[in-house]
Design a protein around this ligand. Structure first.
Ligand code: ATP
Ligand code: MG
Length: 462
């Protein structure tokens, strides 16, 4: 298909010539029009909700197009994650056309039109007028607000990568390309529209998007687009923590976590997201193995439609810093329980300054960590109680990953596997074979500390 498109584009007798008048009438960038019979997108592949949105907009006298990942992924014969629509109707006009819609966003105002569980994101064509007070820049050149409306061409060149700036019309079934989108998709390359350094400054999240799309699509990052990435990695500091949280989910929960993680490291972006991680990973490859193992498992689970939770991914990504700090404290003589509490607290609060992690993920993440200290501690009724812990499965899986990464834990994972499969007699016998808890420790036990929601790690088998 791509070959067909490229042949079409390079052929002087092809329909490209027919778009010459278009080029003149559409301003300096021009447009390449790819008619229905020259591309592989069929209406059958497009969500009926997106088609409904476009039809209603068109019937109401507005123009509307499918844009972004939907067009890109259909051209690449993939299945789009969602469908975005661009239009010349303003957010208010869109809002009045669709009862099931609401305006969201501040930096960019967009309209979400809801059909059951599906949301079609509808955006108004963006413009370029930087004098307007609708466009606000920070001193680093970051666009803090950008609600200047424009036409389809200005909208195209405000988008990030050429492959993301293709428009499909449900009216004439053509694709409109104002940049070099079709050509770059053919070359399987990710190319920034405009001057890459300026575009990263305007919105540093584009650094992460470059890596995400390169990983997901298996594209190379075109050289001028790639060149400023490492130097500008520090700009991520200026991105609000809540936006980074959304972006992290897209990076690691999209089915391409392994490739994404490798590229984040390659472009030195990982350390910006998880401060201090690079130094720890380069000193001890075991931690890197652990993260990679988690990424591989995450991708596998997503491919086989199994549930994945950001809590597990964060538990892995923050484990090196937390464990490293824990070891530092215990080496200094801090008791294990206190060392665990202090190190997890420190790493979590440092991380929250960079990436907002909601409580619903933070709490289970901490429970996964906490189980790492409790799982070795199996005497008496403890093993059975641990089996009933709501996060047992995640904690056990994490333990297996630690072992797979090369950590020596006395085959604890195997013990737990056998224990889960065992009948009552077998369980009793497995517990009976464990070393009894040391008496000395019992005698020395201090009075119980006041109860907190931070359960103590078990000290004896660490
Ligand atoms: P996917 O949905 O598969 O992750 P996508 O390309 O559709 O990929 P979205 O985040 O849904 O990505 O954004 C839709 C489109 O909006 C993009 O294709 C791009 O054209 C534009 N866009 C999104 N974010 C930015 C940005 N930070 N800077 C410029 N353009 C952007
Ligand atoms: Mg999208």
């Amino acid at each position: 298909m791509i070959k067909r498109l490229l042949t079409f584009l390079s052929s002087p007798n092809s329909d490209t010539a027919k778009t010459a008048h278009y080029k003149k009438s559409r301003g300096k960038h021009g447009v390449t029009l790819i008619p229905r019979d020259q591309h592989s997108i069929s209406r059958r592949d497009i969500s009926t909700s997106a088609l409904k949105v476009m039809n209603r907009l068109n019937q109401s006298g507005f123009s509307s197009y499918l844009v972004g990942g939907g067009v890109r992924d259909l051209l690449l014969e993939g299945s789009p994650k969602d469908f975005d629509v661009a239009t010349d109707a303003t957010p208010e006009q869109i809002r009045t056309l669709f009862r099931n819609s609401r305006i969201i966003g501040r930096r960019f105002r967009i309209v979400h039109v809801r059909f059951g569980r599906e949301i079609i994101e509808v955006t108004t064509f963006r413009g370029q007028n930087s004098d307007s007070n609708q466009q606000i820049e920070s001193d680093t050149g970051q666009l803090l607000r950008d609600n200047v409306y424009g036409d389809m061409e200005s909208d195209a060149i405000r988008r990030d990568f050429t492959a993301n700036a293709l428009y499909y019309s449900s009216k004439d079934f053509s694709i409109y390309d104002y940049t070099t989108g079709i050509e770059d998709i053919g070359k399987r390359q990710l190319k920034m529209i405009g001057d890459p350094a300026t575009r990263y400054k305007e919105d540093p999240v584009r650094l992460l998007r470059a890596v995400r799309f390169a990983a997901k699509l298996g594209f190379t990052i075109e050289s001028s687009t790639e060149a400023p990435i490492r130097d500008q990695a520090h700009l991520l500091e200026h991105v609000p923590a809540a936006r980074l949280f959304d972006e992290i989910l897209k990076l690691f929960m999209g089915g391409y976590a392994t490739a994404t993680y490798q590229l984040l490291q390659h472009y030195q972006l990982l350390d910006q997201l998880f401060p201090g991680i690079n130094k720890i990973l380069s000193n001890d490859p075991m931690y890197g193995n652990l993260i990679e193992e988690v990424m591989i498992n995450t991708d596998k689970r997503i491919r086989s439609d199994k549930r994945v939770t950001p809590a597990f991914i964060y538990a892995a990504l923050l484990w090196p810093a937390m464990h490293h700090e824990y070891i530092r404290l215990t080496t200094k003589g801090t008791p294990q329980l206190e060392a665990f509490n202090q190190s997890s607290q420190k790493i979590i609060s440092r991380q929250l300054q960079r990436i907002m992690i909601p409580k619903r993920f933070l709490i289970p993440m901490r429970q996964i960590w906490e189980l790492q200290w409790r799982l070795p501690n199996r005497q008496g009724k403890r093993a059975q109680r641990l089996l009933e812990h709501p996060k047992f499965r995640a904690g056990y899986d994490f333990l297996l990953v630690r072992e797979a990464s090369g950590e020596q834990l006395d085959d604890l994972g195997l013990w737990w596997k056998q224990f889960q499969d065992a009948d009552e007699d077998m369980k009793a016998s497995m517990i009976g074979q464990l070393k009894p808890p040391s008496k000395r420790r019992k005698r020395k036990r201090k009075p119980r500390p006041p109860k907190t929601d931070q359960a103590p790690p078990s000290p004896e088998n660490e």
